[in-house]
Design a protein around this ligand. Structure first.
Ligand code: 2PG
Ligand code: MN
Ligand code: MN
Length: 559
């Protein structure tokens, strides 16, 4: 690949830096009702951006536009930031696993060979997120692997389930558990001893990310590996129903269920993880299983006391970190992402400042750079992580927006950077709690932060991009979502309350350009209705005064 950036024939380089500001989960939903938290928030700055002729549009952020299998798949941070940073359409994990299952290549690769060594005399464990959300995993993929393993001779299978309620409606984990039990019963009928062994809610068990709180992984380790948890049950459906504490003063949502272990008639755990067992993590998405992968794979490990480290035959559904080559073994080769905008920046000696808080830090670094940890050239890249709070984010909807804003302003003013890239986590992270008011509150704050940043961009004669990676805050009520079902915009009401929507949405996202350093005649093209997140990287280079690299999807700037 030719990495040399050539000057843009018409757009000169700016005096000041380019700000790339990602408002995570800030969709532009066509339904502007009382359940659209952005609509009810006070957002004068981002509203004003929409009014500038030729400098605002929406772009696609879901489905096939970001490499997902179908246009029913909502966008998410991984695919969103991959597309934003790479400027290319990449077949994503969800699609690659689907393909590997339908071609059966999944059952023929090295990873499968490794785990199949345990089929005869040891246990095969599956650990992952049990839902059909399609963001981290999908039940139909798990079920195909379970059936495939039993057909190919696995004698004993244990499944460790993390309940969702974040990418799918809260409470749906019971349905997914029942579906799983059905499949396991079928396997039992064919002579395979197959059971659910442990579980817990994804936000408090196992699925931490970016090392925000290792205790989450520790709880998972204790439940899945050691068979230890504060609660034991004879079956998973009872576990979930009991731990949800429905009808009580403080019901618990699927995301936040305590860890639990399933025990047999003898009250002993039905499925601890032992030496020589095979373990498969059935999530395709990386961020929330990298820590568990490290705990399973690394002999040297200090993040928490594992008490016991079984030597397992461990494979990820994918390889989750291309730089660390973690895990060593995997069932499906990950998408190849190279020639990202970050790599081009570094190879052309352009300097970058990147900042977010822990919850989104890897989004603007790891995902942005094509699922690569680390730097392309540390002397040119400054990455600042502001530690996130470890509470449910509707309790502190401000999160670290203030701190990120201040760091961004300082970086812009320093004159040291060609690009300043930041991500505000709030609309997404607070949106996932389903708390409409708190989400509106954080959108108001984020809008203020954007205003302050844009003022500094002007002061420095710089340029800006303000955009998002997918929707979330733009629809907070189930069935109110316009894009999912245009016919029923009315929210679902249960027990007198509107049922909240905790997931991402299918809405497109805003894309705004501007800044005092941007010549007046630089405008966005008309048309290009199909443009999506993958068209941002080329646009970014043009805004910086360079011709876009030819392998990237086309720029949205008018020629
Ligand atoms: O929290 C997460 O893991 C996902 C939702 O499952 O959200 P995002 O893609 O915005 O990171
Ligand atoms: Mn996101
Ligand atoms: Mn999210």
């Amino acid at each position: 690949m030719d990495f040399e950036l050539k000057p843009h024939p018409k757009i000169p380089k700016a005096e000041g830096p380019l700000l790339v500001c990602v408002l995570d989960g800030f969709g532009e939903n066509e339904v502007k009702d009382d359940y659209n938290a952005i609509n009810i928030a006070d957002t004068p700055c981002t509203d004003a951006l929409k009014e500038v002729p030729g400098r605002w549009r929406t772009i696609r952020a879901h489905g096939t536009a970001v490499g997902l299998p179908t246009d029913d798949d909502m966008g998410n941070s991984e695919v969103g930031h991959n597309a934003l940073g790479a400027g290319q359409l990449i077949d994503q994990g969800a699609s690659l696993v689907d393909q590997a299952l339908s071609s059966k290549s999944l059952f023929e690769g090295e990873g499968w060979k490794l785990i199949s060594e345990a089929f005869e005399s040891n246990t095969l464990h599956f650990i992952g997120l049990l839902s059909d959300g399609g963001v981290h995993s999908r039940t139909n993929q798990l079920f195909s692997m379970l059936k495939g393993a039993a057909e190919k001779g696995a004698k004993k299978i244990r499944v460790h389930i993390l309940t969702d309620g974040r990418d799918v409606p809260d409470g749906s984990s019971i349905k997914f558990t029942e579906e799983l039990e059905e499949v396991l019963k079928e396997l039992e009928g064919s002579g395979c001893d197959a059971k659910i062994a442990s579980g817990g809610g994804r936000m408090c068990v196992t699925m931490d990310r970016y090392e925000a709180d290792w205790n989450i992984v520790k709880r998972g380790w204790e439940a899945h590996v050691l068979g230890e948890a504060p609660h034991t049950f004879k079956d998973a459906a009872t576990a979930i129903k009991t731990l949800r504490k429905e009808g009580s003063e403080k019901p618990v949502s699927d995301q936040w269920l305590d860890p639990f272990v399933i025990v047999g008639e003898d009250d002993k755990p039905v499925g601890t993880i032992e030496d020589d067992d095979a373990v498969v993590i059935f999530n395709f998405r990386a961020d929330r299983v990298i820590e568990l992968s490290k705990a399973l794979e690394y002999e040297e490990f200090t993040a928490f006391d594992r008490k016991r480290w079984p030597k397992t035959r461990f494979a990820g559904l994918m390889q989750y970190d291309g730089d660390l080559k973690l895990p060593t073994n995997f069932l499906v080769p990950p998408p190849a992402i190279s020639g990202t905008s970050g790599e081009f920046m570094a190879k052309n000696k352009l300097s970058t400042f990147v900042c977010s808080e822990t919850q989104k830090f890897g989004h603007v670094t790891f995902f942005w750079n094509g699922n690569r940890s680390g730097y392309f050239d540390e002397s040119l890249e400054t990455y600042v992580e502001i530690p996130s709070d470890t509470v449910p984010f509707n309790e502190i909807p401000e999160m670290k927006a203030r701190e990120i804003c201040e760091a961004g302003k300082e970086a812009l003013r320093s004159g040291k950077y060609d690009q300043v890239r930041i991500n505000f986590a709030n609309p997404d992270m607070v949106g996932h709690t389903g708390d409409l008011q708190a989400t509106a509150t954080c959108c108001t704050l984020v809008d203020k932060c954007v205003k302050e940043l844009l003022e500094v961009v002007d002061e420095m004669k710089g340029r800006f991009i303000v955009t998002s990676d997918h929707g979330n805050a733009d629809d907070m009520a189930q069935a109110a979502r316009a894009c999912r079902d245009k016919k029923t915009k009315k929210p679902i009401v249960a027990e007198g309350k509107v049922v909240s929507l905790t997931s991402h949405t299918l809405a497109p996202v805003p894309f705004a350009i501007g800044g005092a350093g941007l010549p007046d005649d630089v405008k966005l093209k008309e048309g290009m209705p199909e443009a999506g997140l993958g068209n941002v990287a080329a646009t970014l280079f043009e805004l910086m005064g360079y011709a876009a690299p030819s392998h990237m999807l086309p720029s949205m700037i008018e020629e």
